[in-house]
Design a protein around this ligand. Sequence first.
Ligand code: NAD
Ligand code: UDX
Length: 462
Amino acid sequence: MTQSNFKKNILCIGAGYVGGPTMTVIANKCPEYKVTIVDISKERIAAWNSDRLPIFEPGLEERVLKVRGKNLFFSTDIDTCINQADIIFVSVNTPTKNFGEGAGKAVDLQFIEQTARRIKENSSSNKIVVEKSTLPVRAAETLDTILHSGNNKIQFEILSNPEFMAEGTGIRDMEFPDRVLIGSKDTPTGLAARQELIDLYSHWVPEKNLITTNLWSSELSKLVSNAFLAQRISSINSIAAICEATEADVTEVSNAVGRDSRIGAKFLNAGPGFGGSCFRKDILNLVYLSEYYQLNEVASFWEQVVSLNDYQMERYVKRILQAMFNTLVDKKLAVLGFAFKPDTGDTRDAPAIYICKRLLEEKACLRITDPHALENARKDLQGIDDNNVEYIIDPYKAAEGVHGIALITDWAEYSQLDYQKIFDKMEKPAFIFDGRNHLNHRELFDIGFNVYAVGKAPLTHI
Ligand code: NAD
Ligand code: UDX
């Protein structure tokens, strides 16, 4: 065993939505490994060490509390931790570049490069470096070059081990993964490093769920998985538009289509457009990569998935505007849900951001409610017509006296609200725009609402 009787020292650089939960699961499943998570953000590390974790994820807190201070540690002493580590997971953010060459599409690799240089400068023994962040294909080559540059004698073996967890179900996704993907070089040292990760995951993942590939296939598979998932959502959202025009019902269509076992039922829920920190960024990464290799038809195929998503968000806004007599000036709207999906407080690239900005442009007054995302919502909309936005935790208070309700996130509790009580205190005619097909539309109509559900003909009293 290395220091303090632990069998291995695992380090994760980046204490975010991926680094925090993944390492918590590893620490829980592998008590003989010491797991340390470091970050440049002092606030984030302080929060991980406090009673109020920096992210909300069901099941996370109890797992952190079980192992924190035993074999799970959070630190800002990045350099010392690098030197002590046997295996280093790199889980820093890889956002879309917003400047210079490739702006709006390519990945901003500055955090990855900074991390690689820091690993090189602070290592006095050989290490396995694992790409956990989502990266462009062949990024491992760049890492390899940086790590072995100069007269460095230390050997670094690079593995790709992309993360497939989804927020809100992150802990379950990691504890019972469909698959764990490990990409490595096909060399003796590459295969030995690969075996180290297999040994780690074998603590809880069945062998049949461990997939090994070459490095480039692993890097590409992550982008492709997200592109395929997002493509399904854009596909069904495009059909929602046809349904609204023809009185077909998108829920019925997606059920009929998804029952074909070749197609499958998952990820066919029409909505206000996909959000989250990954889909848009990773598809644009794929688009950029395709353009780089002059595969222009491939690039435009995937770019269309993103364009359709933008169209879907705008369609949602236009439907509200048109239904409410083509003016929203001074009308009050309750926004139910701001997180990009339920069971998370994360609002990165949430459709609610775009939708709320557009509604404010139309001079509506917004009352935003969300059980976990109000703090982030406030930051996202800061400076945009602040006088016309209120943040209200209680959905009943948020809906009091409003002209319409826009449901953007399908939090379970929103289907349990007393809509008769809400209707009674609303301006009339009362409108509800169910962006997730989350509510009982017939019941709402019977109460007196004018109901506009995504991909369905409206139910109106007007
Ligand atoms: P995040 O922004 O929540 O966390 C990244 C953390 O890295 C931040 O706390 C940041 O301070 C830290 N960091 C940046 N540069 C650093 C440096 N040089 N040294 C130390 N720390 C540094 O991001 P995330 O959502 O955890 O995503 C991380 C990666 O995982 C991305 O590549 C993302 O695409 C991928 N991913 C995310 C998800 C998800 O659901 N969020 C799922 C799968 C994969
Ligand atoms: C996604 C991938 O699912 C995950 O494998 C990857 O590791 C990270 O990116 P995440 O973004 O956390 O995970 O959530 P996901 O459940 O995929 O939802 C993404 C967006 O799509 C959300 O806005 C969600 O509301 C939307 N969505 C999802 C739909 O609109 N319809 C659906 O049928 C499914």
